[in-house]
Ligand binder design. Structure first.
Ligand code: ADP
Length: 395
């Protein structure tokens, strides 16, 4: 994979202060999801602000697309089109009196004409699920909605990489889940995502790679299970071992064989425990099914007959457009985050589910279920729903 962002021996100190960043080197590959994890004061915000040139390193170089960043006004404008930075506090990022004007600010600054601005704003608001909010004053929105407007403002410039400083800070648990799902969706649409956080439970299941930062230095850089797997190191960084990893380590210490692939979800952990307890067969003698409907390929109302025939069916939605379609049809969603795993867990209990998805996310359902079935020796049917005629034939 191509390297998109690189830090080479970067240091920085605030005037009159000791060094906030001390000789850091790392790179981010295109399409990766990277989490920079460290306690308060570790230097995360300082480092992030170097990525789009807001802070210039005192020593060392930041490279974007293999070119050292240049700090003249025109180069910075171009860089900020490609490196979208979403601040921790959306109130500081949102400046205009209406949502439309705020999201239009970036494209207008880049010199887009009126029509291109309009298209960019419409697309960005659709991507974050905020279409229809164009004329609303941002200060009347909830914390989660403001965050989405701030993200839309960055997306409107169609950046290659999105950098989020503490993306879920200030959001309630459901707002946080919603936001992490949006990051997942944007990643599937091709964006590289770099976040800073001190929340290990958030970073552990989400990131492809974790960089542990303490006192401006990198302590460890690895896949999450390794980066968070050394209790000594994690304690040193004033963090904690993610609960699933800790549980797996504890089982290992007690002599229970643990798979090489560490659990990153409740589903993974259930699978490990089932193997240990050898209850596999009695737990799910006859697994339920997972039906999938792609809202980008058909009108959700076309499967209403199918849904009416299953009044208790549990529905999950992956992707912003899928959630919007469900809202339009007044469907109650049981799952909006970690949807595939939650539906596999239901299937293991013998219950059926329906997943609403978008083009960007559709392939993930089959791939995840297939991988789980291969690993566990279970068979769970994934049924694509196309239209009423199709679903009728399966009744
Ligand atoms: P984090 O994002 O991990 O909490 P920061 O990058 O905000 O860490 O801060 C790293 C260090 O730099 C801390 O010691 C902090 O006090 C200091 N620092 C941050 N911003 C400023 C500033 N504007 N002026 C002086 N020192 C700062």
């Amino acid at each position: 994979m191509k390297v998109i962002l690189e830090a080479r021996d970067v240091s920085y100190h605030y005037p009159g202060d000791r060094e906030a960043i001390r000789g850091i080197s790392f790179h981010v590959k295109k399409g990766e999801k990277v989490a920079l994890v460290g306690p308060n004061g570790a230097g995360k915000s300082t480092l992030l602000q170097m990525f789009n040139g807001m802070i210039r390193p005192g020593k060392g170089t930041i490279l974007f697309d293999n070119e050292p960043i240049r700090y003249d006004a025109s180069s910075l404008r171009q860089l900020r089109k490609r490196v979208g930075y979403v601040m921790q506090n959306a109130d500081r990022q949102i400046i205009a009196p209406t949502v439309y004007q705020d999201v239009a600010f970036g494209p207008a600054n880049l010199g887009y004409d009126e029509k291109a601005i309009h298209e960019a704003v419409a697309l960005a608001l659709r991507q974050v699920g905020m279409a229809g909010f164009e004329r609303r004053p941002p200060h009347h929105l909830s914390g989660g909605e403001k965050k989405k407007v701030a993200i839309a403002g960055v997306l409107a410039m169609d950046p290659d990489i999105l950098v989020f400083d503490e993306p879920t800070s200030g959001l309630d648990p459901s707002g946080s889940e919603d936001l992490m799902e949006l990051l997942e969706e944007l990643n599937h649409e091709g964006k590289t995502i770099f976040i800073s956080t001190h929340d290990v439970e958030l970073a552990y299941p989400w990131a492809d790679r974790v960089i542990l930062l303490l006192d401006g230095e990198i302590l460890e850089e690895n896949v999450p299970a390794v980066a968070f797997g050394d209790p000594e190191l994690v304690r040193k960084a004033h963090l904690s071992v993610p609960i699933l990893l800790e549980l797996s380590q504890e089982l290992g210490r007690r002599g229970f064989a643990q798979p090489e692939q560490k659990p990153r979800s409740v589903l993974d952990m259930i699978h490990i425990l089932e193997n240990l307890l050898q209850h596999k067969t009695c737990c799910h003698p006859s697994p339920g099914t997972i039906s999938v409907f792609n809202v980008d390929e058909g009108d959700l109302s076309s499967v209403s007959v199918w849904m009416q025939a299953r009044p208790g069916i549990c529905i999950g939605a992956m992707g912003t457009r899928a959630k919007m379609c469900a809202a339009k049809e007044n469907l109650t969603l049981a799952f909006t985050y970690g949807v595939i795993d939650k539906c596999i867990l239901r299937a293991l209990r013998g219950q059926d589910s329906l997943i609403l998805t978008t083009n960007a996310m559709a392939a993930r359902v089959g791939a995840r279920v297939e991988a789980y079935c291969k690993e566990s020796g279970t068979t769970i049917c994934v049924i694509p729903l196309m239209s009423d005629s199709d679903t009728g034939s399966r009744e």
